[in-house]
Design a protein around this ligand. Structure first.
Ligand SMILES: C[S@@+](CC[C@H](N)C(=O)[O-])C[C@H]1O[C@@H](n2cnc3c(N)ncnc32)[C@H](O)[C@@H]1O
Length: 227
C-alpha cells in the first residue's frame, strides 16, 4: 500500500483505492484501514478502502481447482453487524464478485493501487480479475496473494488455486501481466514470507506506464577521481 501511494504521488494523484477480495471476519480490512491512515500521514495520499465478500462464507468448490481437500462451503462466514461496528471508513461490497465487480467497475473511483486476494478458490480469484478491466487503475498495481504459500496441508501449485488463475490471466492477456517483483526479499531489511506473495499488475498500455517516477530527476554514475 505504501509503494502504491508513492507511485500515485509521483504520477500526480492525491488519492488511491485499495481493495480486499475476501473479507470474512474483517481482520485484514481493519488492518488495511489502520495502515492507510499511517500512509496518509507519511505521503499525504488519501486512501479509500473497499472490501468484497459473499457474507455467507465460501461457496461450494466447483472442482479440484478450488482445492476442496482443504476448504468447504460455509467456511469463513462474516459477522456483518460486528464488522460494521468496527469499520471507520471502508466500504463493504457484498455479494458474489462475479456480479459485484462489473457493477463496481462502472463507478467513479480513485485509481486502484493495491489489492489483496484472499478468496481462496481458483474460480473466485479468476472472477475477481475482472477488476483489472477498471478504467481507474495505476499503471503498476501492487497485489498480495494470500493462498500461494500455505500451511503444511496446503501444498499449492500452479495447476490449482490462485497460482492457476494468475497463469491463465497471463496467457490470455497480451498487454497486461501479473508479475513477481524480481528479488523483492533482497530489498527488504527483514526478508519475510510475504515477499513471495507480492506481485504487480502491469498495465503496459496504460497512458501513465512510461511516465518517469524515479525519486532522482537525474541518474548518472560519475567516475570517481583516483590518484
Ligand atoms: C479466507 S476468507 C478471507 C479472510 C480475510 N481476508 C481475513 O483477513 O480474515 C475467504 C473469503 O472469501 C469469500 N469469497 C470466496 N469466494 C467469493 C466470491 N465468489 N465472491 C465473494 N466472496 C467470496 C468468502 O465469503 C470468505 O469470506
Amino acid at each position: 500500500m505504501y509503494r502504491a501511494a508513492i507511485e500515485a504521488k509521483r504520477l500526480g494523484f492525491k488519492k488511491i483505492s485499495v481493495i480486499e477480495f475476501g473479507v470474512a471476519g474483517g481482520n485484514g480490512l481493519i488492518f488495511m484501514e489502520n495502515v492507510s491512515l499511517l500512509i496518509k500521514k507519511h505521503t499525504g495520499i488519501e486512501i479509500n478502502c473497499y472490501g468484497f465478500d459473499l457474507v455467507k462464507g465460501l461457496p461450494e468448490p466447483a472442482n479440484y481447482k478450488d482445492l476442496p481437500h482443504i476448504w468447504k462451503k460455509g467456511f469463513y462466514k462474516m459477522d456483518e453487524a460486528a464488522l460494521r461496528k468496527k469499520i471507520k471508513k471502508s466500504k463493504l461490497i457484498l455479494g458474489d464478485v462475479k456480479k459485484t465487480i462489473p457493477e463496481f467497475n462502472k463507478k467513479e473511483i480513485a485509481p486502484i493501487g493495491f489489492i489483496t486476494f484472499d478468496l481462496d478458490f481458483y474460480s473466485s480469484t479468476k472472477e475477481a480479475f475482472q477488476i483489472f478491466k477498471n478504467k481507474s487503475i495505476l499503471p503498476r498495481t501492487f497485489l498480495y496473494f494470500d493462498d500461494i504459500i500455505g500451511t503444511e496441508e496446503e501444498d499449492f501449485n500452479e495447476y490449482v488455486g490462485e497460482l492457476l488463475a494468475i497463469n491463465e490471466y497471463n496467457s490470455k492477456e497480451d498487454n497486461k501481466k501479473i508479475t513477481k517483483i524480481a528479488g523483492l526479499r533482497y530489498k527488504r531489511h527483514i526478508p519475510a514470507q510475504w515477499n513471495e506473495q507480492i506481485y504487480i499488475h502491469n498495465d503496459f498500455h496504460n497512458k501513465l506506464y512510461n511516465q518517469y517516477i524515479y525519486e532522482k530527476k537525474e541518474r548518472q554514475n560519475v567516475l570517481k577521481r583516483t590518484k
